[in-house]
Design a protein around this ligand. Structure first.
Ligand SMILES: [Zn+2]
Length: 414
């Protein structure tokens, strides 16, 4: 059976002009043709009528954490929730992310019980057992003792239990930590180049590993065929990670001109996550659940992050869409688009970042990111053009992943 999807407006390749009145043919989960006009079906074909919609490729978020969500109870959740509960919550987060129009995500670090929920979820989605976006997962974040991502502000023995998986101290320890993630099934390696906002220690947002440790992480990952990405706010740690050869920078809050220059020359991807910065700054002023150490960092990082994106975009850096969702609630990923536009990107540039560039960034440029023959049928639709108003992407009407419909708010003819 062939599915014929009638698209009123079709942005088949973000970055190029949209087409009007086109038909997308889908066979076996893949796009088999894109033709002008509305093709009439044969007897057992299925037609999906999106003739009054704006149709575009499924969105890609290069930075999420499906296994947790920040909020008043986040700290207790880390010790109260069983690995099984974490997995079930993650399945819910995956479903709402997909329904929001994100057909692929890269998960950059487990939060919560050190189980294997993210890998189990990735595999279950791939088998069609649970609804969710296609997942690429990093497993545990590689971090030094006392560093970001592993220190939750508990007494020492509890911290030790929670962070054991991604902890790396000294070059040898870092090699072991990377190898361990790969053996668990990691698609990428994520490490902390600097301190982070949501670590309950007054350790700032500067460099956290020594140069030989960065080199050990990047070198080991490369040897095992995995790309690396660095969580980075401060310029010192960002520079050290770039010197070690990291493939991309997450957040990049305090990047200076030298860093921008290195990234531009090398074509290093930048994943801005402005939504996370704006969310923590907002929580710091409107909520009372943040411990003082976190509140202080949130107020420093938050206001800076949109400005950093403006500078990075002006300088021509390769920008891949990423939100750090889990900091903000799951399913609200598309709020990032308006922040990208606020930072000076056009709506089209923001959509390119979440499709073509994001696909290239995660090594999937040949499979996803555009709607053309041979690609996975990852297709979404909005009621009005997101090129005119990018917040239309916060109200996605239709979601298909791998040729399967997961949401259709205009189900006239399905
Ligand atoms: Zn993150």
């Amino acid at each position: 059976m062939t599915i014929y999807l009638h698209a009123g407006t079709l942005l088949a390749t973000p970055g190029r002009e949209p087409l009007t009145r086109h038909t997308i043919a889908i066979d076996g989960g893949r796009v088999s043709g894109v033709t002008a006009g509305f093709t009439a079906p044969q007897s057992d074909d299925l037609v999906i009528d999106l003739s009054d919609c704006f149709v575009l490729p499924g969105l890609i978020d290069c930075h999420v954490h499906l296994t947790g969500e920040f909020g008043p109870k986040y700290k207790l959740d880390l010790v109260e929730e069983s690995p099984a509960a974490v997995a079930l919550h993650a399945a819910r987060h995956a479903r709402v992310t997909l329904e929001a129009g994100f057909t692929t995500v890269r998960d950059l670090g487990e939060i919560g019980a050190p189980g294997d929920a993210i890998f189990a979820l990735r595999n279950a989605v791939a088998k069609g057992f649970v609804p969710g976006p296609r997942i690429f997962a990093a497993g545990s974040i590689i971090s030094p003792t006392g560093g970001h991502g592993v220190t939750c502000g508990y007494r020492d023995d509890i911290n030790f239990l929670l962070d054991a998986n991604g902890r790396g101290d000294g070059a040898d320890g870092c090699r072991v930590a990377v190898r361990r993630q790969v053996s668990r099934g990691a698609d990428f390696i994520k490490f902390v180049a600097t301190g982070g906002v949501l670590t309950d220690t007054a350790t700032g947002t500067g460099q956290q590993f020594f140069d030989d440790e960065y080199a050990a992480i990047v070198g080991t990952a490369r040897m095992l065929g995995r790309k690396t990405t660095a969580h980075a706010h401060g310029a010192d740690g960002m520079k050290a990670a770039l010197h070690a050869g990291v493939d991309s920078i997450e957040h990049g809050t305090f990047m200076d001109e030298e860093i921008i220059d290195i990234m531009r020359r090398r074509g290093t991807f930048y994943v801005p996550t402005t939504l996370a910065g704006v969310t923590v700054a907002e929580y710091a002023t409107t909520q009372d659940f943040m411990p003082p150490a976190i509140r202080e960092k949130a107020l420093a990082v938050g206001p800076q992050i949109v400005e950093t994106l403006r500078r990075g975009h002006d300088a021509g850096l390769k920008i891949a869409f990423g939100t750090d969702t889990a900091v903000s609630p799951h399913g609200e990923n598309a709020r990032e688009f308006a922040l990208m536009v606020q930072a000076g990107m056009t709506s089209m540039e923001a959509i390119v970042a979440a499709t073509v560039t994001a696909a290239e960034h995660i090594g999937q440029g040949a499979h996803i990111g555009t709607i053309e023959p041979g690609r996975a049928a990852d297709i979404i639709a909005t009621a009005a053009s997101p090129l005119d108003d990018v917040t239309e992407l916060q109200k996605v009407q239709f979601v298909m992943r791998d040729g399967k419909v997961f949401k259709n708010a205009r189900a006239k003819s399905v």
